[in-house]
Design a protein around this ligand. Structure first.
Ligand SMILES: *[C@@H]1O[C@H](CO)[C@@H](O)[C@H](O)[C@H]1NC(C)=O
Ligand SMILES: *[C@@H]1O[C@H](CO)[C@@H](O)[C@H](O)[C@H]1NC(C)=O
Ligand SMILES: *[C@@H]1O[C@H](CO)[C@@H](O)[C@H](O)[C@H]1NC(C)=O
Ligand SMILES: *[C@@H]1O[C@H](CO)[C@@H](O)[C@H](O)[C@H]1NC(C)=O
Length: 235
């Protein structure tokens, strides 16, 4: 058994300071105001949709649980500001101008259950991008017209993931080795991508045939020059 060291005078002072500050200042949600052009309510919902924002809002209440920044022109999710919001459960970033997200973007959002990145300009998803999101249940990432690459292990650590929608992107193949192992996955949207019928999609096609109930919408297959081939890919 590990024996904890006696608290030092220094750490006691810190605890005292913390309690003192917490005691005097009401919860940050009530005091920190609300970002410009957003509406904040007492349920810790911050609504900033359709406000022509080109930057991520500043001065967000630290206790925010739902953040809606859809229908703006935001080009970047700043990791530092976003990760202060460690109680965030719901994040809607759909219909913005996001071009990339990285491993640090969602580094501290362990309670996040819903994430919407649809209608952006993402081009690729790297390994571990969603790694820290241990509570993620639903990920919508549709309608990114240039999104052509998703790393095989991008979702490997999202054990709570139930619904994944990557419809209407520019995917020609998807390596399913980590998807197939997700215990809770029950719905996968794949339609509207220029899927290719070749050995890179063989596993995906077999999976769709075996567990058809999981898949939303129709898959269409194209050849290398972009001509429509068929709605089924048979090997
Ligand atoms: C995206 O947001 C713009 C600006 O608010 C709006 O005009 C447009 O209809 C939205 N597009 C979608 C697909 O929601
Ligand atoms: C989709 O990917 C193809 C290559 O597979 C590329 O030529 C095309 O420009 C991409 N489309 C968009 C909108 O980026
Ligand atoms: C899929 O990804 C896994 C893990 O990265 C790799 O081992 C495997 O070879 C890949 N499969 C294909 C068909 O590329
Ligand atoms: C794709 O299909 C079109 C129309 O059937 C055909 O003309 C073209 O040669 C094919 N391209 C490849 C690379 O197979």
């Amino acid at each position: 058994m590990r024996v904890l060291p006696e608290p030092s005078a220094q750490s006691l002072r810190l605890v005292f300071l913390f309690v003192f500050v917490m005691d005097v200042a009401p919860s940050p949600a009530l005091t920190a105001g609300c970002p410009d052009r957003c509406v904040c309510d007492d349920q810790l919902v911050v609504q900033c949709a359709g406000q022509q924002l080109s930057d991520f809002p500043v001065d967000l209440p630290l206790a925010t649980r739902q953040l809606i920044i859809s229908n703006n022109r935001i080009g970047d999710l700043p990791a530092l500001q976003l990760n202060y919001l460690s109680d965030l459960v719901y994040l809607d970033c759909s219909n913005n101008s996001l071009t990339e997200i990285s491993e640090s973007t969602f580094g501290n959002l362990r309670k996040l259950a819903y994430l919407d990145l649809s209608f952006n300009s993402l081009a690729q998803i790297e390994d571990r991008t969603f790694g820290p999101l241990a509570s993620l249940v639903m990920l919508r990432m549709t309608d990114n017209p240039g999104l052509s690459e998703i790393h095989p292990d991008a979702f490997a650590e999202n054990a709570a993931l139930q619904v994944l929608d990557v419809s209407r992107n520019n995917l020609t193949a998807l390596n399913i080795s980590s998807l197939i192992a997700l215990p809770a996955l029950r719905s996968l949207g794949l339609s509207g991508n220029p899927w290719r019928c070749d050995c890179d999609t063989e596993d995906l096609c077999l999976w769709v045939q075996i567990e058809g109930f999981k898949f939303q919408g129709e898959m269409r297959f194209f050849n290398r020059t972009g001509n429509f081939l068929s709605s089924i890919c048979v090997f």
